[in-house]
Design a protein around this ligand. Structure first.
Ligand SMILES: Cc1cc2nc3c(=O)[nH]c(=O)nc-3n(C[C@H](O)[C@H](O)[C@H](O)COP(=O)(O)OP(=O)(O)OC[C@H]3O[C@@H](n4cnc5c(N)ncnc54)[C@H](O)[C@@H]3O)c2cc1C
Length: 342
């Protein structure tokens, strides 16, 4: 089929890779350059936290999250990037005065899905055995079957792969004005296709009802004195932070969650909260260098759940909110099975 994808952020890329495997010919449209700097998928920490997200999410997120965790590895392999996938579990901890919050968090997960029984309580010895750098903590929980995709490496490699693929035409810096059944309108023209996908995230707000942005801020730190291997969260009554390790002692610290579509720079308040929390987790962050401070908005629907809308020769996928990496492969699989592959 001759297929078009409007919006080549996270969902658009996962779609494109799947459709190429099925032998289709693709025309991609994005208002950004191919490097994807503006996509939320480029700002994301890439955590695959099917369990931890259950604190506020519904169990459908867990179901799709589990499926995506299975699908990510073959997808990354297909572009030679399997080392960007890590599934060695994650850690959740808190300061002693917040242990009740920590216990409540874990109890909530256990009340929602049976598999959460595998979450392990760690004392100081258990913490040191798994993550020696967290030795100043006396209590934590270990969640197996969680991990991360190195989001930025995925975005970069998928750019190279798609740009070099003979069945792909990529219209960069091309704003799509509307996506309708079998047609994409841009630059005062309308092009017809056998099937079209609308994966413009927040950019689809004129055609997708009740879509809003939820602002998120992250800091990137170079911390040679810190050696944390797994995604680690710290609970606190006012804010929840996570530390996601990347290659070469680099860490993504995030993320704020603010009901706003403001994409301006990181605020003083957010950076103070994130940095003081991270320093209180590990004093080795004191001499870390702040290499990047980024803001983006998560495309979110009224119920905070992902949505697939199928039409004649048309599929729209949106609302992946704070779960894009956790959900994209499973949501794309579902959309293709309900749509062009029916
Ligand atoms: C700070 C932060 C941290 C996050 N951390 C995580 C995490 O740890 N784990 C997780 O699972 N998820 C995380 N997410 C969520 C994840 O990034 C999003 O759910 C995901 O990126 C949504 O994918 P998308 O493809 O719908 O949107 P995007 O990735 O934003 O892609 C949309 C694309 O459409 C293009 N576009 C928009 N309008 C137009 C137009 N009119 N014409 C042409 N192109 C257009 C944009 O340029 C962009 O490339 C995080 C998000 C943020 C902001």
């Amino acid at each position: 089929m001759n297929i078009a994808i409007a919006g080549v952020g996270l969902v658009g890329r996962v779609l494109a890779l799947n459709l190429l495997q099925e032998g289709h010919t693709l025309t991609l449209f994005d208002e950004d350059q191919a490097n994807g700097e503006k996509a939320a998928g480029m700002t994301a920490a890439g955590m695959l936290a099917a369990f931890a997200e259950l604190e506020t999410a519904e169990s459908v997120i867990f179901k799709h999250g589990k499926r995506s965790i299975e699908l990510w590895l073959p997808l990354l392999k297909s572009i030679g990037l399997e080392d960007a996938y890590q599934l060695e579990g994650s850690i959740i901890t808190a300061h002693p005065q917040d242990y009740s919050e920590l216990d409540h968090f874990i109890a909530t997960l256990k009340s929602k899905v049976e598999e959460a029984k595998d979450i392990q309580l760690l004392d100081r010895t258990g913490i040191i055995a798994l993550e020696p750098d967290l030795e100043q903590h006396n209590k934590a929980f270990y969640i197996p079957h969680e991990g991360q995709v190195d989001a930025q490496r995925f975005m970069q490699r998928s750019t190279e792969y798609l740009l070099n693929h003979q069945n792909v035409t990529w219209h960069q810096e091309t704003k799509v004005d509307s996506v309708s059944e079998g047609a994409i309108s841009f630059n005062n023209t309308t092009e017809k296709f056998d099937w079209v996908f609308d994966s413009r995230g927040l950019g689809a707000n004129e055609q997708v009802k009740n879509l809003r942005g939820v602002r998120g801020e992250v800091l990137w730190l170079d911390a040679p004195e810190v050696n944390i291997k797994r995604p680690t969260r710290m609970l606190h009554p006012r804010y929840k932070i996570y530390i996601v390790p990347r290659q070469n002692n680099r860490y993504v610290i995030g993320a704020t969650e603010i009901e706003s579509e403001d994409r301006s720079e990181v605020s003083v308040r957010s950076s103070l909260e994130l940095l003081s929390a991270v320093y209180s987790m590990h004093t080795g962050f004191a001499e870390a260098r702040i290499v990047k401070m980024l803001t983006n908005c998560r495309p979110t629907l009224k119920d905070n759940l992902p949505n697939i809308e199928q039409g004649e020769k048309l599929t729209r996928i949106n609302g992946l909110y704070r779960h894009g990496y956790l959900l994209a492969p499973a949501i794309v699989e579902k959309a293709l099975n309900e749509g062009i592959n029916t």
